[in-house]
Design a binder for this molecule. Sequence first.
Ligand code: AMP
Ligand code: MG
Length: 406
Amino acid sequence: METGISVERAIELIEQNVRPVEAGHIRATRAQGRILSEDICAPMDQPPWPRSPLDGYAFRAADSTGASKETPVALRVVETLYAGSWTERTVQPGEAVRLMTGAPIPAGCDCVIRQEETDGGEETVQIYQALQPYDNYCAAGCDFHRGDLLLPAGTRLTGNALGVLASAGLYREEIMLPVYHKVRCAVICTGDELVPNDTRPLPPGKIYSSNAAVLASRLSELGVELTTLLPMFSDSADAPADAIYEAAENADVIITTGGVSVGAKDILHETLPLLFADRIFWKVKLKPGSPVMFSLYRERPLLSLSGNPFAASATFELFARPLLAKLFGCADLKPIVTEGALAEDFTKKGCSSRFVRAVFRDGVVTAPQGHSSGQLASAVGTNCLAEIPPISEPLEKDSRVKVWLL
Ligand code: AMP
Ligand code: MG
């Protein structure tokens, strides 16, 4: 087991130890949100024929040589085509075809002039501009060609991706798409102090468990199916061991919160040996949530987060997302990391990287007051984690920091 490692090393170890879930097939019309497990190639050109991107006239560019408002060129209008029309005609020198947006560009034409650059004539049109071949000309296959890689394995089937399939005629009931199975996750929260929300009144010494709600809703936002949500378990080693054993039956990944620090009741250290789980790392150089632990249990990843509400939430974003990305075979699930400028001085010193909830807008990072790991309320409305490097002096306003977008 590695210990005291960097965030990057922890993510690397997770990625090295996790394989994508198995793949199967699903009807294209029900595939929304799923991840492709194989490449999909285009069965046709899109558009299938040269297409006009605007309302105007198609002709041979060579016919417009020298044309201008002062010296227009006159062409004979031989036909009008609308989106959905078709002609077998080959347009000859000196001729033009009136076209509406989306209409096919007939053979013989190699450009389209915008209607506004003409007199809009019906039998004869005055061309006010000299065009080059392929000006305003959407060639057949300019979106994609038959045989092109349309969607690579690992693509999430979002609206745009399904739209691409539909434009290639593949969004049909009978088309079975190769996709990874949905990732199934179990969440187990431990702690003697935790009670469910329906415990009323709140007994002395107890608190409502918030981690289960945070993780369940984040998992669902990320397209994960929650198979087990055990809101709390007492701080004894056996109960979580039973829970983890049972959860593993129908989960591809297990996330626990609580009990991973170094206190007397941090029982995961006793629980995991009971299960013969293989511990890969424990303790990462970061704040909050440094006691995070990662193990493999019956070949399934088991991520154990600190119970502190904000720590659990931040380390979920940092570690569970790359883990899920690997399980799903979809890199999109990883947080996007960018850079921003601090809106204010950051004065809290530290010898490890500190992840602070913040709002990232127009390149500026604004952190709310109250960023202790036990506080969750100030995380509402934030959209990123700002990574404050280890500092012995305050970090001044406008300093550039890494920003993990959520
Ligand atoms: P632990 O990681 O078990 O040492 O817990 C650290 C802190 O987080 C303690 O103050 C716990 O009471 C709190 N905590 C642990 N689990 C939860 C939870 N599920 N919901 C809210 N707070 C929690
Ligand atoms: Mg505890």
